[in-house]
Design a protein around this ligand. Structure first.
Ligand code: IPE
Ligand code: IPE
Ligand code: MG
Length: 245
């Protein structure tokens, strides 16, 4: 008789990406200002990083601020930038100690200068670390990212350095901000919303999607473990025939 594969025997995802959503609703539910939700969200991120490390995940990518989040009130954006400064300041030593490399994707040009500088310093400081790569998407939008990659390749073609036939999926991928990172195996979104919101559109081609009702500030290590279990129950086929076992 055929046996279902033992979920425990399936590998943990090498790369988990998280759309950390629900800070605002968490705050509202607790009668607090939205900033309080974002502050608690930072604590949830700490738990996620810790949990990913313990599970042996090699890449954790989190959506921190989208290119569409500029539509929010200026005061909320200021609060988020303030939290970001504080996160880098308070966390960098710990990340470094734990052999974690910090990597930021997204358009930095619109971030405040001091934030952009702090990011660059943190990236340099942790560049050689290799236990876990923590990629934070800031002012990130996947359509912008793909358009920027296409533009870069078009410039190469216009300059006569690249033949149009040489533009393959691999070549395009190498022009994305995630070049060098494996595609996410698992994309997790909290807060009950079931959408991608312009996150890693290209890279998500074969990612397993897990949606959780829990609001991001309530996210704990056990939620990460649960998402990984769910992932391990899935069969990834990449277009191949369904397996008979
Ligand atoms: C996610 O929480 C954090 C950011 C987008 C910066 P939200 O702020 O989107 O929370 P909700 O969706 O309003 O509950
Ligand atoms: C996606 O969440 C962006 C981040 C988590 C940083 P949003 O809350 O901005 O997404 P929508 O607007 O609900 O799609
Ligand atoms: Mg939201």
């Amino acid at each position: 008789m055929a046996h279902a594969p033992d979920p425990a025997a399936r590998p943990v995802p090498r790369h988990i990406a998280i759309i950390m959503d629900g800070n605002g609703r968490w705050a509202r539910r607790h009668g607090l200002p939205r900033t309080a939700g974002h502050r608690r969200g930072v604590e949830a991120l700490r738990r996620a990083v810790q949990g990913a490390g313990e599970l042996g995940v090699r890449h954790l990518t989190v959506f921190g601020f989208s290119s569409e989040n500029w539509k929010r009130p200026a005061s909320e954006i200021e609060d988020l930038m303030w939290l970001l400064r504080r996160y880098i300041q308070s966390e960098i030593a710990e990340l470094h100690k734990n052999n974690i490399r910090l990597n930021v994707i997204g358009d930095r040009a619109r971030l405040p200068d001091d934030v952009a500088r702090m990011i660059a310093d943190a990236e340099t400081r942790t560049a050689e670390n290799d236990a876990l790569v923590l990629t934070v998407a800031l002012n990130y939008g996947s359509r912008n990212e793909i358009a920027a990659a296409a533009r870069r390749l078009a410039e190469e073609v216009a300059a006569g350095r690249l033949a149009p036939e040489a533009i393959t999926p691999e070549r395009l991928e190498s022009a994305l901000s995630t070049a060098g990172l494996p595609d996410p195996d698992l994309i997790l979104r909290t807060s009950g919303e079931q959408r991608i919101s312009n996150f890693l559109l290209w890279q998500a081609a074969y990612s397993e999607l897990v949606f959780m009702d829990k609001l991001w500030p309530d996210f704990g290590e056990s939620d990460l473990t649960e998402a990984v279990r769910e992932y391990q129950r899935r069969e990834r086929r990449y277009g191949a025939a369904i397996s008979s076992s």
